[in-house]
Design a protein around this ligand. Structure first.
Ligand SMILES: C[S@@+](CC[C@H](N)C(=O)[O-])C[C@H]1O[C@@H](n2cnc3c(N)ncnc32)[C@H](O)[C@@H]1O
Length: 407
């Protein structure tokens, strides 16, 4: 897909209007177009519950998503991306903000640093594919003061790339803060970044069905290379393939904060001790045992969303009843449990039989999920989601291969 097409991520009307606005700024050198844009086209911006503004995406795979939760766009940045971090503000901090959008996550990081930082420096590398979306960040009212610094960095880069022409942002970025803006596909950017660099990675794409390329195993392997040993990746999603991808990329995983959604997001770190809370039990079981736990794959980091989604569908199909228990009727979560519903039980046990598991309460079934008996919501080095998932995976393989009694 061409840059122009892949960068066309926001609502088509506002995309065209923003390009026109900055085109006019260039030809007339008149500040009015930019200054009046928000009031003139207010109806294209989505007011969220905390008073900050969002925008709608264009229709991707027959769906429109808003860039932020309706519960509060800037609050979401603080709750999902800043609160779970354990920054040591006595040391310099580096953050990679992937899918920077309007710049809210970066701005929340700046606010936290300015409030708590000591004698140290903050570097934020923002990555966003769409100039028009970054430009929208200049057009919305700043939800917090620190957004003015982000706007300044965005404006500088848009001028550098000949998209904006006038320097209207007057905030002076504090000397101990550096904000770099990369305008390209984040998959390209990560490949150029140095090893062992970041204390935090904010991963904030559209949902997995719209942007599976930003949740792939290969992308996460790049994260594993560029993140520091105590670094944390934060993302809002609770989806099984994404959590499974982090584990395959050699991360430990934990539960992220719940905000504006039913379920907590996901945190990943090379260091288990950075992750306080375990995933819900059933999530662990499904990731470990069922075909929903098959990650998105993007070898070469250059495949289209459609290709990645189709490949995963095929891989799930092949794995079902072979290396993974079918995810149909949530089969794996009944392992080790008595079932009253006879009809459901028949379906579950049909799926289990194909994996050499005679019933939900058979010794094979209990053996596979035995480690869940130690489950606690708080996790530590010895007792955590990642280890349980890896253990259940191993045990399922043993049972399928008929050699579990010898282990
Ligand atoms: C949910 S929004 C992010 C909101 C943002 N974090 C903020 O603070 O406003 C998702 C963003 O991902 C961007 N995006 C989509 N594909 C991308 C890619 N391949 N590389 C980088 N950014 C991408 C979109 O343009 C969109 O701005």
């Amino acid at each position: 897909m061409s840059y122009e097409n892949s960068a066309r991520v926001i609502n088509d009307d506002i995309f065209d209007l923003v390009n026109e606005c900055f085109g006019q700024e260039k030809s007339t050198r008149n500040i009015e177009a930019r200054v009046n844009f928000f009031d003139t086209y207010n109806n294209y911006f989505v007011l969220t519950d905390d008073g900050s503004y969002s925008i709608n995406s264009r229709e991707i795979n027959h769906k429109v998503e808003t860039l932020h939760t309706s519960t509060g766009a800037i609050s979401e940045s603080f709750e999902k991306f800043i609160r779970p971090m354990k920054f040591d503000y006595d040391e310099d901090i580096a953050i990679l903000d992937i899918c920077a959008g309007l710049g809210y996550n970066t701005s929340a990081a700046l606010a936290d640093f300015i409030r708590n930082g000591n004698d140290c420096r903050l570097t934020v590398d923002m990555v966003e594919i769409s100039k028009a979306t970054l430009a929208c960040g200049l057009l919305v009212p700043s939800p917090i003061r620190e957004h003015d610094y982000t706007k300044k960095a965005i404006e500088d880069e848009l001028i550098n790339q000949d998209y904006a022409s006038l320097s209207l942002e007057k905030a002076e970025i504090p000397e101990n803060i550096e904000i770099n803006v990369f305008i390209e596909d984040a998959r390209k950017t990560v490949q150029r970044l140095e090893d062992d660099t970041y204390d935090a990675i904010f991963l904030d794409p559209f949902s997995q069905n719209m942007a599976p390329e930003l949740f792939s195993l290969e992308f996460f392997k790049e994260f594993r290379r560029v993140i520091k040993d105590n670094g944390i990746v934060a993302t809002y999603t609770s989806a099984a393939p994404i959590r499974a991808g982090f584990i395959e990329a050699d991360f430990c995983i934990g539960l992220g904060p719940i905000f504006g959604r039913k379920q907590g997001g996901t945190l990943a770190s090379p260091n288990q001790l950075m992750l306080d809370y375990a995933l819900p039990k059933n999530d662990e079981i499904r990731i470990a045992l069922s075909d929903v736990g098959i990650p998105f794959r993007d070898p070469g980091l250059d495949n289209s969303s459609e290709f990645i989604l189709n490949q995963r569908t095929e891989e799930r199909h092949e794995a079902r009843h072979n290396t993974k228990i079918s995810s149909a009727v949530k089969t794996p979560i009944f392992l080790g449990r008595e079932m009253d519903d006879e009809k459901l039980k028949r379906r579950v046990e049909r799926n289990l039989a194909k994996m050499n598991i005679p019933s939900t309460t058979s010794k094979e079934a209990c053996y596979i999920v035995e480690c869940e008996e130690n489950y606690t919501e708080k996790q530590d080095l010895k007792n955590n989601s990642t280890q349980r998932i890896l253990e259940m995976k191993k045990r399922l393989k043993n049972v399928k291969n008929g050699n579990y009694l010898s282990t």
